[in-house]
Structures are given as C-alpha cells and as structure tokens.
Design a protein around this ligand. Structure first.
Ligand SMILES: [Zn+2]
Length: 387
C-alpha cells in the first residue's frame, strides 16, 4: 500500500527504482562497493575524497554533494559486520544525483553540503567482524583513538563541524519493539552527550528529526520502530559527536520477517535520510515534540529468537521429566543454529514458534548444542525453512 502522502509515495517508488540491485546481499565488503563509488564519481556534482586508509591499508573515501553552509555528515559500517546502511547511503546518493528534486528546493545544493563515508571499517567488513584490523571496536575508541578509522572519523567531525550527523549501524535480529511480538526493524537514538542526558538545542533537533522520520516510516512499520537506550557512553562516537554540537542521530537497521538481507531496513533508511534532509530545509520536524520522541517504544534486547520450541518435555531417564521452552538462535557470525536458552522463555518471541507440548526429547540439552541435530532428533528438521 502506497504512502498516503503523495510526495512520500513517489519518493518510495524512486528509491526502489534507483537501488543498486547488486547490493541485495547478506553482507558487503569493500570490493562490493568500490565499483559503485567509481560509477558515482562519473557524476560531476559528486566529489570523492580519499580521507585516509584503514589499519590494513584499504582506502576510506568520503563522497560529497552540494556546497551549502549547512553540513550533514553520515557514516556507515563502523562495525564491519553491519552493512545495511552502506547499501542505503549509496542508494541515497544515486537518488540525489538522478532524481528530479521532488520535495527538495531546486537550489538545495547551495544550502547544504552532504558528506557520506560509506564503510568506515573495511577491514572488519572483509572478515565480517565487528572490530577493525587491530581487533578494536571502533565505537569504543572515541576517547583513546587508537584506531586509524576512529581518528579519521573524529578528524572529519572537527574539520567539517556538521550540523547533523548520522551514525548508521545494524543491530542483532533479536531486538523487539517494547514488549510486543514485532521485531525492531528500525531503531533510533539521539545519543546523550552527558551522563544526566541533558537536551540542548542540537539534541532537541535530533529528537525532533527522529520523531518526524518515525511518523513518516510508521506507514510501513506501524509497530516496527523502536527507540534505543540513551545511557551515556563517553567512549562511543555518537555520544562524543553529540557533545561536539552536532544533532546526532543513530539509526540501527534490524530484522524484518522473511527479509534475510534486510532490504526493508535498507529501503526505509534511504527514505528516512531523505525525509530528514528535506526537513532540515523545510522545518517540517519542528512541530514534533519531546513527547513524540519518548513515545517511541523501547528497543528490547533478546525479544526474539529464530526458533522457539514451546513447552517441550525433556526426559533424561533418571529424573522426573520436565517441560520447558527452548530458544534456538544463529551463532554469531555463522549460519549455524544453536541452543541459546532453556527455561521459561515467556516474553521471547520466535520468528518461528513450534508448539512442542506433545514432544518428548530423550535426554537433556545444553546451551550451545547444535540445533540442527536437535531438530533432527525431534523429526522437525526441514519443517522450518532450511533448518
Ligand atoms: Zn554497530
């Protein structure tokens, strides 16, 4: 169903038409995006700057559009295994280069300069890990700055003095929206810059932009948008950059049912970024309130598992048999399904739930057990997709 706002409906159509189809992948590495950056460079309006290189020597590039006084900076894949927004920002730049101005004023280039750093952590991306080539989590390096990637980001912030900063990540697929049975496909945060979570005018603007983006996106995700916890973390970049005076916005791309490559979150990232860009110029976000922001339900960790076996009976042959829930999740960074939780799993929703009240497993299970073997023993192998 198309968006009731005709301009947003038209935007969605353009976003879909202009996606880089080759980026519809589960994971992205630097060789996946390098040819696209080269292709974008053909546009005379886009300026590409190599700002430095990663610990292991891969170039880190910044793509810039416009020459206005209002500076927007966005970066993606600071965590190497979080690629969704990398595809989204490349889609976004193509949209800005190729679409008719739509709701943007025709002279927007004179009002805004947009800088995008896609894939800040190419070494982590190459290994499909969170950390950089030193094994350091760049997002805990905002104070010490031992990583070349963290230093580059901080340098860019200091040089460019962005008004609005987008810190773009992926979150694990098991976050739920509040206590609902909906995965958090998008989670937003206007990070705190002080332990007391003060709201200055920059942070207020970030919260208003988030409330505005959420309002637009809620057409596609009426229950699927969450608000990330805003506990202050001095060593994290979002918090430090918020402290430098930028309206800083964290967007976490999350899971959506039947969407293993997170293409729903990718598409909605592009729409959110574009809506925010338009709002920065039109002021459309200014009639939202702090209450709108805090009205977004919380982002709940461990709200989901991949498969939930509900009330299965375990019988070790010695003790009294007992009934329990078993949650199965993909092991981190792998395609292997393993036992993640045994016990009372109320409040944890399975992307697939199996009523196992009639099933008895001879023997016990342990956390970390191979779930494929378990499902095989239960005769459920192949019952749920590929498992
Ligand atoms: Zn991350």
């Amino acid at each position: 169903m198309s968006h009731p706002d005709a301009a947003i409906a038209a935007l969605e159509q353009e976003v879909i038409a202009l996606q880089w189809t080759q980026l519809d992948r589960r994971h992205l590495t630097y060789p996946d995006i390098a040819p696209i950056i080269d292709e974008l460079t053909q546009h005379e309006k886009l300026k590409v700057t190599t700002i430095g290189e990663s610990y292991l020597g891969t170039p880190i590039r910044r793509l810039s559009l416009g020459q206005g006084p209002l500076i927007i900076l966005a970066w993606t894949q600071m965590h190497g295994d979080e690629p969704t927004a990398t595809a989204a920002v490349l889609d976004w730049l193509r949209l800005l280069l190729e679409r008719s101005p739509g709701s943007l004023p025709t002279d927007w280039h004179e009002l805004i300069t947009l800088h995008v750093i896609p894939m800040l952590n190419p070494d982590g991306a190459a290994q499909e890990i969170r950390q950089n080539g030193q094994g350091i989590d760049i997002n805990r390096d905002a104070l010490v700055q031992q990583t070349p990637e963290g230093r580059l980001l901080w340098q860019q912030v200091q040089r460019l003095q962005p008004t609005v900063a987008f810190n773009l990540h992926d979150q694990n697929p098991y976050y739920a929206v509040g206590d609902s049975a909906e995965p958090a496909t998008i989670a937003f945060l206007a990070p705190a810059y002080h332990p007391d979570k003060h709201v200055d005018s920059a942070r207020l603007q970030a919260k208003q932009l988030i409330a505005h983006m959420r309002h637009i996106l809620s057409h596609w995700l009426p229950q699927g948008i969450a608000r990330y916890d805003d506990s202050y973390s001095a060593r994290s970049f979002g918090d430090r950059i918020a402290g430098a005076g930028a309206s800083t916005i964290l967007i976490e791309s999350g899971a959506h049912r039947d969407d293993p490559h997170r293409q729903v979150a990718r598409r909605l990232n592009v729409i959110a970024l574009q809506v925010a860009l338009e709002a920065v110029l039109s002021g459309a976000h200014r009639d939202t309130t702090l209450a709108d922001y805090y009205g977004i339900p919380g982002n709940t960790a461990d709200g989901f598992c991949d498969i939930k076996l509900c009330q299965i009976t375990l019988n070790d042959g010695t003790h009294e048999p007992f009934q329990t829930d078993i949650c199965l999740c993909l092991a981190k960074g792998s395609e292997t399904l393993e036992v993640d939780f045994i016990g009372d799993a109320r409040g944890v929703h399975g992307f697939v739930e199996h009523d196992a009240r009639e099933l008895t497993l001879p023997g016990l299970v342990r956390i970390g057990d191979d779930a494929a073997a378990l499902l095989q023993r239960l005769g459920l192998r192949g019952e749920h997709g590929n498992w």
